[in-house]
Design a protein around this ligand. Structure first.
Ligand code: SAH
Ligand code: SF4
Ligand code: F3S
Length: 463
């Protein structure tokens, strides 16, 4: 597709990303597609001829942030009349044509499966039209695109392994903005991991909304396991197999993955984690709530007991595995007792860290259609504050318990607060800060922890 479009050697593109890691990974796909047609990538917003904003719709405030950003871009457009502005990603997909009507300065609207069309959309704009493509695909995985790494530290990188989501949690907009779930060809995943190793990268994170439901069989990206022939079923590649294959690429490549849905993470994945030292011992296992009635309303398909059973199984097989969580407060009909169940879950499970939000109704979702958004905002926020307080207590205690212990840390960047210190992460995905000494970016260092805070461990290199 892209070869039909004239090479354009004069234009410079600035890409700004919002939302989850998958959006950031997609921006790297977009950068690669645009570079193919001769567009140069710039990190200087003011020298750009094209600005792409890769957007997120997960909560109302995510969209408001982007609306504000677009307002600011009016100024850029005044200074440069020829500036092309494209809105990509989930908000483009959710609002479609409406976005062009509401935000007059926007020239291009492209949904997450339409990025290969961007050069053509750009050409339409050059011919004086507004351009839009929000068609969702059942097949597109961008497996054939080698991402151009943006703002890279040269040490850690994301690899997308699935796109879309079939889960239909009632609060969630993702199935509508990202479409049906599909898995990416494992060969292209392995090739990307090998290429990253050859370029000196030390860590990859395999990405998907629900990585544990990754499934590849004989040339098909869509999954419906029950409809496969016996032969296809036996030659299929599950997430556990894929994880093992990626772990085998290089023993010094640290492998992470995110996100795991409690209903889909199976023992096979845990066995592979046990077997390979280079698979980081951390699982992001969002619970969303600690109350079974709310979980049912959320359509999470597990109960509080099931969640705890999964949690205990992980800790039984991999005792030093950290588990992190996502929590939503004030979902439709949540009572004070339901909320107390969430606080109780957090005290029981002791998550190393959590991402915590108050419920934001998203138009078109199951919850928006079926349930009343009946918890007043101040109560949602009060509950959120309580959830954050419990998480902080827990994290403080867990981090304190690491003082005196030695952790293997991969150096990712200079500490933001002190230019004489490095920042890296241990296997459990906790930040570790320590003096630079003679260590360099990308080194694995054994660090003895001396102090700790809610969010990090502070120590000194001993290897
Ligand atoms: N696929 C992941 C999560 C993707 S969205 C999973 O299944 O867990 C990231 C997080 O945003 C969710 O885990 C949830 O906690 C939060 N979230 C999603 N929709 C939301 C909404 N409508 N209001 C508030 N938080 C929401
Ligand atoms: Fe949203 Fe649920 Fe899919 Fe996660 S699993 S992306 S929360 S629908
Ligand atoms: Fe946001 Fe879309 Fe990710 S809604 S969280 S950018 S999948």
């Amino acid at each position: 597709m892209t070869t039909e479009v004239q090479k354009n050697t004069t234009r410079k593109l600035f890409i700004e990303s919002y939302g989850c890691a998958m959006n950031f990974a997609d921006s790297e796909v977009v950068a690669s597609i645009m570079a193919e047609v001769g567009v140069e990538i710039t990190t200087e917003e003011m020298e750009a001829d094209i600005i792409f904003i890769n957007t997120c719709s997960i909560r109302d405030n995510a969209e408001q942030r982007i609306r504000n950003r677009l307002k600011h871009l009016r100024h850029n457009k005044k200074l440069n009349k020829k500036l092309t502005i494209g809105v990509l990603g989930c908000m483009a997909e959710r609002l479609k044509k409406q976005l062009l009507e509401e935000e007059k300065l926007v020239d291009i609207v492209a949904g997450p499966d339409a990025y290969k069309e961007l050069p053509i959309l750009l050409q339409e704009v050059e011919e004086g039209h507004k351009a839009i493509n929000v068609i969702l695909s059942l097949e597109e995985t961008y497996a054939d695109i080698q991402p151009t790494r943006l703002n890279s530290n040269g040490v850690t990188a994301f690899i997308s392994i699935t796109r879309g989501c079939d889960n239909m949690c009632s609060f969630c907009v993702v199935p509508f903005t990202r479409g049906r779930e599909r898995s990416r060809n494992p060969e292209s995943i392995l090739a990307e991991a090998k290429d990253l190793v050859a370029k000196g990268y030390k860590e990859v994170t395999l990405l998907g909304q629900n990585v544990d439901s990754y499934l590849w069989y004989g040339g098909g990206a869509r999954k419906d396991f029950n409809k496969l022939t016996e032969e296809e079923q036996s030659s299929s590649i599950s997430f556990a197999k894929l994880l093992e294959m990626v772990a085998q690429v290089d023993p010094s490549l640290r492998v992470r993955f995110s996100t795991s849905h409690p209903k889909d993470i199976h023992d096979e994945v845990l066995f592979v984690m046990q077997k390979y030292d280079n698979i980081a011992k951390h699982i992001h296992l969002p619970a969303q709530s600690g109350n079974s009635r709310i979980l049912e309303k959320m359509n999470r398909t597990y109960t509080r007991e099931w969640y705890e059973m999964k949690y205990n199984r992980i800790k039984e097989l991999i005792p030093h595995c950290s588990i992190s969580c996502d929590i939503i407060t004030g979902f439709c009909s949540e009572t004070e007792e339901d909320h107390q169940d969430t606080l109780d879950l957090m005290r029981t499970c002791e998550f190393e860290f959590s991402y915590m939000y108050f419920y934001s109704e998203r138009p078109g979702t199951l919850a928006a259609r079926k349930y009343e958004d009946d918890i007043p905002e101040e109560i949602k926020k009060k509950r959120l504050t309580e959830v954050i307080e419990v998480q902080h207590e827990v994290a403080k205690r867990l981090n304190k318990a690491q003082e005196g212990k030695v952790h293997r840390v991969l150096i990712e960047m200079q500490s933001k607060k002190n230019e004489n210190e490095w920042m890296g992460r241990n296997e459990q995905n906790i930040k570790v800060i320590f003096p630079k000494a003679n260590y360099k970016m990308g080194d694995y260092v054994d660090v003895r922890v001396e102090r700790s805070t809610i969010t990090s461990l502070i120590g000194v290199g001993v290897s």
